[in-house]
Write a protein that binds this ligand. Sequence first.
Ligand SMILES: Cc1cc2nc3c(=O)[nH]c(=O)nc-3n(C[C@H](O)[C@H](O)[C@H](O)COP(=O)(O)OP(=O)(O)OC[C@H]3O[C@@H](n4cnc5c(N)ncnc54)[C@H](O)[C@@H]3O)c2cc1C
Length: 435
Amino acid sequence: MSGKILVVGAGVAGLTLAERMLARESAESLVLVERGDRVGGLARSFQVEGYTFDIGPHRFHTAYPEVESYVRKVLAGGYLTIPRASSVYLLGRYHDWPLTLSSVLRLPPRILLPSVLDLLRRNRITSRTSFADHIRARYGENLYQFFFRDYTRKFTGTDAEQLHLDWAEAGVNRAVIDRKVNADSLAAILRGLFSPKQATTQFIYPESGGIQAFADGLARRIRSMGGKIKLNCEARGVTTSGERVTGIELTNGERIPADRVYWSAPLTVLFPDRGLSFIHTVLYFLGLGKRRSNPYQWCYFGEKDVIFSRTTVPRNFFPGAVPEGRDSIAAEITCPVGSDVWKNPERFEQRVMEDLARVGAIDPDRVEFVTTRRIRETYPVYDLRYVEHLRSIQSPEGLVLLGRCGTFWYNNMDHSIAQALALSRGESFERDFWR
Ligand SMILES: Cc1cc2nc3c(=O)[nH]c(=O)nc-3n(C[C@H](O)[C@H](O)[C@H](O)COP(=O)(O)OP(=O)(O)OC[C@H]3O[C@@H](n4cnc5c(N)ncnc54)[C@H](O)[C@@H]3O)c2cc1C
């Protein structure tokens, strides 16, 4: 815990760890290196023409009191508490997600009746190795075919049959963000529908500046305690002597010595040949000249012919996200690095706008601007062999992995913060906080 500490990656995990270690004076010196030109990692924001957008929508919610009080302290009272509102777009209509009774009753009988029959048959599937098996057992064949199969293919670029069942924990359960809102099976959804009291979730969100405000608050604290944050510094790997880490090497060839390295950058930088990979995301941000009545924070789109998998309405996170009387929306397309959309996102702007108009989310005549961002390593891919691949990795002594990309685990912000808080006390953490 003592000596020269290097933290790689200034996302919420690296920043939290650095801030806590400095506050506890558990480092002789601490340097944080970050590939990007700003801190925040996946939880960052940007401003354009008076609009604030998050790089991917971020609702902060946690079941860990320690994490919650830490976040409140860093935001120093400058936050809002907002009720969650998610949607799913099915057969030309918006439905609440998780489904409510009124949404279910609006589903056509050809979807509803076979789903109810599936509920009676659901225990028949006993062998579960893939995400598809898991979904069939939990939600039934009908909902698998109708929503999950295409959504998964679109979102991950991989067939549900080829994904490990851990993707359910990650891609379905964590997407709800609150364990209280149980949507992990058709039976659970139905129980929720008929429960006299619908579970509601509140989340915390900075009152200005977007989700970036949390990372900026941490960076200020780190600098005020003498920690150094080096931006535009990309680590190529660690340097070692025998079995021990001696520091890191940057892509410009510079070497920075350290007694201990905490690594929250993608694990694939350190171990490129272990069969592990990430999905990347292209985001389209649109400024709209007129208010729309999109009532959700985010909405999922499973249909194959809609190009994006999710849309977000920033105004429903905090009203100051848009200038007076205006509106905005963001659409996400997940993809591999070599795909056309990754290489030339601008070419797909027109298609994104057409699809947004088709699902009733924008009026194309009132679009004031479109700006795109390409974000690397947004989701770890859990193929059928990923556990075996992860187990083949042995870290040298003095190298500690943390964070979403560093541990190759689908963390929400609170999981990354909880990991960092545990490490800052010299404790280890359970890989999965949910089980
Ligand atoms: C679209 C989207 C929506 C999300 N929505 C939510 C939500 O609603 N609620 C929620 O709680 N969580 C949400 N998350 C998850 C949340 O963003 C992450 O859990 C959290 O930000 C991860 O923080 P981290 O520090 O572990 O990793 P990261 O944010 O990935 O930080 C890693 C850092 O390392 C840097 N880096 C990478 N390579 C190098 C290198 N070679 N050298 C130096 N630095 C490097 C990166 O630039 C980055 O800053 C969402 C994520 C995405 C992608």
